[in-house]
Design a protein around this ligand. Structure first.
Ligand code: G3I
Length: 335
């Protein structure tokens, strides 16, 4: 019987996995309950899942995951309230079904829909989730203001971000409120996110936490860039969470294996160890580390950026522990 990942890492931080409703039954549920102290619904709490048409809220899948978590003493991270993907078209359309442009009326309508969504969804789960990704992927470091010029931004301007956090704080004052993004180890992106979080906090906007997604591969990112990122945000006094980690066996967008080479899995184990060593040495700044999937049999990377066999997680397609798992667990004693 192998050690429990969450028990080994408990002195450092909570360890979580993203899950789909299918993974809270059978062998997957056993694996989840043994090794993970936190779950993030991978899709079930997104806008297209929870409010596909205006005012008609649906929580079946999300409730199933939250109930499973409660029954097994597992914490839940909410993901995500305001994003530019997986958001139904109606959100950005006016009464005539036309995509909105930046007028004061449209801004007011969009923000009222956003506030209504945040209050309803957070209200539904109030007291059951320890953290929420309130705003997801708002940064575009190639823009002069560092912000993604998504539909949110185009219609409402940058104000939507502060408004989302203030509304979220009202809806569930006890939940930790995070801004979540990818590629935060890249210097320009890190700086743009830092500038935003720093400015929001100076204005008293309740941003409690920065979520680093940490989608990477067997060569990237480096431990030193990862440490530099954690250290820069630590200076703001925010909590940090690793929210969506995985380590692709591919380093380009085109190649594809029919069988994953052993050497790639060995490199993957080294990458997991290097980054977990960074997380552990910054345990005072990082409260949770979540991997984006339970096992290699269900990973978004099998269909991104192309359809191909990937293997980015701790457990293989038969749910067996991989070298990546052992590189983090070591001899199984907690630190
Ligand atoms: O719901 C439909 C289903 O009806 C249909 O039969 C099926 C056929 O393809 O597609 C289903 O929707 C898919 C959905 O996942 C649920 O499985 C979408 O096509 C697919 O695009 C969607 O992918 C999700 C992706 O976000 C969308 O952007 C991934 O599962 C999810 O893991 C991924 O997660 C994101 C985080 O939220 C934010 N950070 C990046 C991360 C990876 O992209």
């Amino acid at each position: 019987d192998i050690p429990s990942l969450k028990d080994v890492l408990a002195p450092d931080f909570t360890v979580g996995a993203a899950v789909t409703p299918a993974e809270i039954t059978g062998d997957h549920a056993d694996l989840l309950a043994k090794h993970f102290g936190s779950v993030t619904p991978g899709n079930a709490m997104k806008w297209d899942a929870t409010e596909p048409t205006e005012g008609a809220f649906k929580y079946t899948d999300a409730d199933a995951i939250v109930d499973f978590a409660a029954a097994h003493g597992i914490g839940v991270r909410g993901h995500t309230l305001v994003w530019y993907q997986q958001t139904p078209a109606w959100v950005f359309q006016d009464a005539s079904g036309t995509t909105m442009t930046a007028t004061p009326e449209n801004k007011a309508l969009l923000l009222s829909r956003m506030e209504n969504h945040i209050k309803a969804v957070m209200g539904h789960f109030k007291g059951k989730l320890y953290a929420w990704d309130v705003v997801n992927e708002a940064i575009d470091e190639t823009q002069s203001d560092g912000l993604r010029h998504s539909m949110w931004y185009q219609i409402a301007g940058p104000d939507y971000i502060a408004d989302a956090f203030r509304t979220a704080h009202e809806a569930d004052p006890d939940a930790e409120l995070c801004i979540n993004d990818y590629n935060t180890t890249v210097a320009a992106k890190r700086q743009a996110l830092y500038n935003l979080v720093s400015s929001l906090r100076q204005q008293g906007v309740p941003v409690d936490c920065v979520g680093h997604q940490m989608h990477g591969n067997i060569d990237w990112p480096s431990a030193s860039d990862t440490a530099a990122t954690i250290e820069q945000f630590a200076g703001l006094g925010v909590d940090q969470q690793i929210t969506e980690m995985d380590v692709s066996v591919y380093t380009d967008n085109t190649s594809s294996y029919s069988t994953i080479p052993a050497a790639a899995l060995t490199k993957q184990a080294a990458e997991y160890k290097a980054l977990f060593d960074v997380y552990r040495s910054h345990r005072d700044d990082i409260s949770s580390v979540t991997v984006w999937g339970l096992a290699d049999d269900n990973t978004w990377l099998d269909s991104f950026p192309i359809n191909r066999l990937d293997a980015p997680l701790f457990f293989d397609r038969q749910l067996q522990a991989k070298a990546a798992y052992w590189s983090v667990v070591g001899d199984g004693s907690s630190t």
